[in-house]
Design a protein around this ligand. Structure first.
Ligand SMILES: *[C@@H]1O[C@H](CO)[C@@H](O)[C@H](O)[C@H]1NC(C)=O
Ligand SMILES: *[C@@H]1O[C@H](CO)[C@@H](O)[C@H](O)[C@H]1NC(C)=O
Ligand SMILES: *[C@@H]1O[C@H](CO)[C@@H](O)[C@H](O)[C@H]1NC(C)=O
Length: 328
């Protein structure tokens, strides 16, 4: 009896698990493309409306994360189509409620976010919080007599905001839904923050004198906000990750994306992700990211510098099935 009930239990479990697996496989292998959330606004040069004609699955977008989508989906052998997003909030709500299969949208990792969406590893970029100001107005943040650069680099600069030396009465602008805002408000409880719905409105408010400076991603090109980056090291550096639904954690979709992402990083300095960084980010004044270089080096070499992709980490005499070609 005991044996039979165990068997029946196994069959029942398998029916559920096997059905779930079959459904999962069906969606990955179907010709219906997976829906990938990409920001349309305020995310240049990661994703923005295209200047030239682009493939239909880009939905009129181009940029680093759009090409990253294609590279990942090709390696993962899935069909993907971009879904342009108008607001930051839609990245997480869309993945959480299933209208998006995943998102590649400058989504910075935070523990709070990982309780709502799952970030696949490895992460693919990083950003910190920088301060953008219109020259003198921004400098006044650090006191009326602050010497131009010295004050911002000193402990009383941007870092000083977190140790309590922030000047009373100053207001910082931020964009609604910005990931670092909860940490900053927690660390500087008396900070006056004015939250605006869009990047454009936040930078306009700084220019109009409504805020002393604007806090936003250090990877934002100054041309986008038409403000200067205040010369202080970014705070709260945090990685960008591909976000999938919590239900897809550990699924075949995640396994394929992890495999694909690692594949974009395992060819040393010839890795596809570094080519995309050179193509989209570096010409716009972003990067090259030393964190990305470190990850690529680590994945490609396991601790030693390769003499060429794939050459140093495996002994030349190593042979799989006896016929494996070594090197390239
Ligand atoms: C992707 O879609 C095309 C049709 O648009 C189809 O021929 C192909 O089999 C699909 N590939 C996968 C991996 O689903
Ligand atoms: C899911 O989230 C998206 C993005 O926020 C929203 O537009 C959509 O209405 C939501 N759908 C459901 C069924 O909740
Ligand atoms: C890869 O590029 C980095 C940054 O340009 C450089 O420091 C490093 O030496 C390069 N590594 C190899 C193996 O060429």
């Amino acid at each position: 009896m005991r044996g039979l009930s165990w068997l029946l239990g196994f069959v029942a479990t398998c029916q559920l698990a096997c059905w779930a697996q079959a459904a999962d496989m069906g969606s990955l292998d179907s010709t219906e493309p997976l829906r990938v959330g990409l920001l349309r606004d305020g995310n240049f040069p990661f994703s923005q409306p295209a200047q030239t004609s682009v493939p239909a699955n880009h939905a009129g977008l181009e940029g680093f994360e759009v090409d990253l989508m294609d590279a990942l989906c090709e390696a993962a052998e899935i069909n993907c189509t971009a879904v342009p997003l108008a607001t930051l909030d839609e990245r997480i709500s869309g993945v959480a409620n299933g209208t998006l299969d995943f998102t590649i949208s400058a989504l910075s990792y935070t523990p709070g976010r990982e309780a709502v969406v799952h970030f696949i590893r490895p992460f693919y970029y990083e950003s910190g919080v920088a301060l953008f100001g219109s020259d003198q107005a921004g400098l006044d943040l650090f006191g009326p007599d602050a010497p131009t650069q010295q004050a911002l680099e000193a402990a009383s600069g941007w870092g000083g905001l977190f140790t309590g030396s922030f000047l009373a009465g100053q207001t910082l602008c931020a964009v609604e839904g910005y990931y670092a805002l909860p940490f900053i408000l927690k660390d500087i409880p008396n900070l006056n923050v004015r939250v605006l719905p869009t990047l454009q409105e936040a930078s306009d408010t700084v220019r109009g004198g409504g805020c002393a400076a604007f806090m936003y991603d250090s990877v934002t090109p100054v041309s986008e906000v038409a403000l200067q980056v205040l010369n202080a090291p970014p705070a709260y550096e945090s990685p960008y990750g591909v976000g999938i639904s919590l239900e897809d954690k550990g699924s075949e979709l995640e396994q394929r994306l992890v495999y694909a992402m690692t594949g974009l990083m395992n060819q040393g300095n010839s890795s596809r992700i570094l080519e995309l960084e050179q193509q989209w980010l570096v010409p716009n004044g972003i990067g090259p990211s030393s964190a990305l270089q470190d990850v690529v080096t680590a994945i490609s070499t396991f601790g030693s510098q390769p003499s060429g992709p794939g050459e140093s980490q495996v002994p030349q005499s190593y042979s799989l099935f006896g016929t494996r070609q070594t090197g390239r």
